[in-house]
Write a protein that binds this ligand. Structure first.
Ligand code: AMP
Ligand code: MG
Length: 488
């Protein structure tokens, strides 16, 4: 176990040429204090969780004091924002403090969000508000526990310093962690500037660190692109299966490692609405829930364009053409698991489509539906009471249940074993918007207990958690109309 001052830094990104970043120190927050500290993320870098109680912890974790071995930089990137090309973005309020090597040899960026202005801040103040750091902290840990690749969250510090959004709010910082924070847009910026040698250097850097088996292979760039296509398709399938809407799938928010990155106005579905738009600023619904798979491919096409000097057009097209079948295969297997099916049948997609149609028409709570489905016995002749309470069109429900019951019977699997398996893939608890809001409202009163309660609950979302069942409830009326925007 290491102290904060003993972390093993190895700052490979800072050793790349300065074209990729700006060397910049975080701007200190006024009198920072610790809001949240995540022992699970600390364990990844062998950081002693007792360090959270040290008096210097808020200064180190807010970036006000430099961790020994850190070499802070702001990463350069560009991107398509809502389909519109923006030639330069970059870390405008995030700073890569450095990369820490865990005792198992794995590499973790320590990425400070809200650390003050950089060369890439444009009109922004470089800060993050308390609300948005709590949302990112809780969501990223919840996603990890659901088995979805994501950045992690180490700690939040707060300050009484004010920042101005729609209204004055207090500033906060978040340290997030990932093996790399490189985005599609990191490649796009150099391709657009006509610097294919920078594109190649960055690709080879990433291959060396994260796809080392491809290093030195003559066809490595093509194969690496194929992997990124696959990872992105898998990520979209996982988001769709769990009912997660990212909200801002700009190419600068797309990870080359296939991680969920840059949590902003995201949302987990409450009622199933395929056209759900979680981002209040997304007037056209570009990033609506059901558009995510298509947007994933659109973003990959922009990424492949940035690699054209490395992977020629035909090979890039072949790589992109993997996407639809890869997505369908992963999504299909996730959905079958959610339904408790172990075999695959030709008419499964129809069974699923009718279920989703029924859920949408009846505004069924997405998470509760799947969790409850486990009680349906194989060969069921009618829906059990627990499902009847969720649906108004009972004839349609019974029609589907009979079909599903027959499908289960055809598998001949023991009901008890199937229930157990379903409860291991259908979470009881997800980070519903209203739950995050409750933690935020308390934190504004400097009561941070709810953040930790939610984090630890969502760390085991498939367990029953007796006594905490109400955290699985659909939103109360006030929690259904929460508005979330990009301004964070
Ligand atoms: P996002 O939509 O949060 O991923 O941010 C898009 C871009 O805007 C990124 O380059 C951010 O660094 C930048 N940005 C967002 N908020 C701020 C802020 N308060 N200050 C400076 N830059 C910001
Ligand atoms: Mg971003």
């Amino acid at each position: 176990m290491r102290r904060l001052t003993e972390l093993a830094f190895d700052n490979s990104y800072a050793r790349l040429p300065p074209a990729y970043y700006e060397v910049v120190d975080p701007t200190a927050l006024g009198d920072p204090y610790l809001v949240a500290f995540n022992p699970d993320a600390a364990a990844l870098i062998d950081l002693d969780p007792a360090e959270a109680a040290e008096p210097e912890a808020p200064a180190y974790l807010s970036g006000s004091r430099r961790l020994p071995g850190a070499e802070p930089i702001a990463m350069l990137y560009a991107g398509h924002q809502f389909g519109v090309w923006v030639p330069q973005l970059g870390d405008g309020r995030a700073i890569l403090l450095g990369e820490v090597i865990g005792d198992r040899g794995d590499r973790w960026d320590l990425h400070l969000k809200g650390g003050g202005q950089t060369r890439f801040s444009r009109m922004g103040d470089g800060r993050a508000v308390l609300r948005s750091t709590i949302r990112e902290y809780l969501a990223s840990e919840a996603m990890h526990a659901l088995g979805i690749p994501t950045t992690r969250a180490l700690a939040i510090t707060g300050s009484d310093d004010l920042v101005y959004r729609e209204a004055p709010e207090t500033a906060a910082t978040l340290i997030r962690m990932a093996p790399s924070h490189v985005r599609f847009g990191t490649f796009q910026v150099f391709a657009a500037r006509g610097q294919p040698e920078r594109v190649a250097e960055l690709a080879d850097y990433l291959i060396r660190l994260h796809d080392a088996d491809l290093a030195g292979e003559p066809d490595r760039h093509r194969r690496w692109l194929e992997r990124i296509v696959d990872r992105t398709a898998d990520l979209m399938a996982r988001w769709m299966a769990v009912g997660f809407a990212h909200g801002v799938m700009n190419t600068d928010n797309m990870s080359v490692l296939g991680l969920t990155l840059d949590y902003g106005p995201y949302g987990f579905l409450d009622e199933y609405d395929p056209g759900f738009i979680c981002n209040h600023s997304d007037h056209e619904g570009r990033y609506a829930f059901d558009r995510q798979p298509a947007i994933g491919l659109w973003n990959l096409a922009r990424f492949a364009e940035a690699l054209l000097e490395l992977v020629p057009f035909d090979a890039a097209n072949t790589a992109l053409n993997r996407y639809p079948s890869r997505f369908e295969a992963t999504y299909g297997s996730l959905i079958r698991a959610k339904l408790g099916l172990v075999t695959e049948r030709a008419d499964d997609p129809e069974l699923v489509a009718e279920m989703l149609g029924l859920m949408a028409a009846n505004r069924v709570d997405y998470t509760r539906w799947f969790r409850t489905l486990a009680v349906v016995p194989s060969g069921a002749a009618a829906a059990p009471e627990s499902l009847r309470g969720m649906v108004s069109d009972l004839a349609r429900l019974d029609g589907w249940i009979v079909r599903y019951g027959a499908r289960l019977a055809a598998e001949g699997r023991d009901d008890g074993a199937r229930r157990g398996a379903m409860n291991r893939v259908n979470p009881k608890f997800v980070l519903r918007n209203y739950l995050a809001q409750q933690a935020i409202d308390r934190a504004r009163l400097k009561d941070y207990g709810e953040i930790e309660r939610l984090r630890s609950l969502l760390a085991t979302p498939f367990d029953e958690h007796p006594g905490l069942e109400h955290y699985a409830d659909p939103p109360p009326p006030w929690g259904r109309e929460l508005v979330v925007s990009c301004s964070s």
